[in-house]
Design a protein around this ligand. Structure first.
Ligand SMILES: N[C@@H](CCC(=O)N[C@@H](CS)C(=O)NCC(=O)O)C(=O)O
Length: 210
């Protein structure tokens, strides 16, 4: 097996998405610490040569390099999950997982931006970003409310998939940018379940709900 290297910023919610899946898959990997704040190192020439978008995380697997968190999660699931449960092959479940990966890439960037503004002091209109984040979290909470009525515990299919992994961090960390979980009871229940997945690891800001 080739060596996996994650180009990582410890406090970055998207790097955490990949750390979560690597851990849940039981994979060994190395990390390369990128000084995102305040260094902006993800935009250095060396990093841009790997990811021209200048974003984190980046995954290197031997000669392969991937950027875009959703793509990294899908690659890891397909390459290293022999059970096939993290990215199921069943067409309906696969489609549903892809829908949430797309949601994560298209509806959650405002929340990611809100956290950067609130936590790292980067420029941005926090009120407007929080309003967009709330709209996205409301869609997630409504989805999980209906799923729970049907006796389902996860975003797609019958077990945890990369759909859960991709949407977990930025919602779980929402108190970093002033959105409380009490507004989203179905997501609160889902967070408790998510924390019980084998290999779960936490990061600063993730609630314990003790
Ligand atoms: N679309 C990106 C989202 C990840 C993302 O937004 N990364 C942020 C940190 S949370 C980043 O690297 N920002 C660098 C910058 O804004 O210069 C992906 O999925 O990889």
């Amino acid at each position: 097996m080739s060596t996996l290297t994650l180009y990582n910023y410890e406090l970055d919610d998207s790097s955490y998405r990949v750390r979560l899946l690597l851990s849940m898959l039981g994979l060994d990997y190395e990390t390369f610490a990128v000084d995102m704040v305040p260094g902006n190192e993800q935009n250095s020439p060396t990093m841009l040569a790997m990811n021209p978008l200048g974003s984190l995380p980046i995954l290197k697997d031997g000669d392969l390099i991937f950027y875009g968190t959703e793509a990294i999660l899908a690659y890891l699931a397909r390459a290293y999950d022999a059970s096939g449960t993290w990215l199921p092959g069943d067409a309906a479940i696969f489609g549903s997982v892809m829908q949430w990966l797309n949601f994560s890439a298209s509806a959650l960037p405002a929340a990611i931006e809100a956290r950067k503004v609130a936590l790292f002091g980067l420029p941005g209109d926090l009120d407007s970003l929080k309003a967009s984040a709330r709209r996205a979290f409301r869609i997630m909470d409504d989805h999980m409310t209906l799923r729970q009525i049907d006796g389902m515990e996860w975003f797609a299919g019958t077990g945890p998939t990369i759909a859960d992994v991709t949407v977990f961090p930025i919602f779980a960390l929402s108190r970093d940018f002033g959105i409380d979980h009490d507004e989203f009871p179905a997501l609160r229940r889902w967070i408790r379940r998510f924390r019980t997945i084998k290999g779960f690891k936490t990061m600063p800001g993730i609630p314990d709900y003790h």
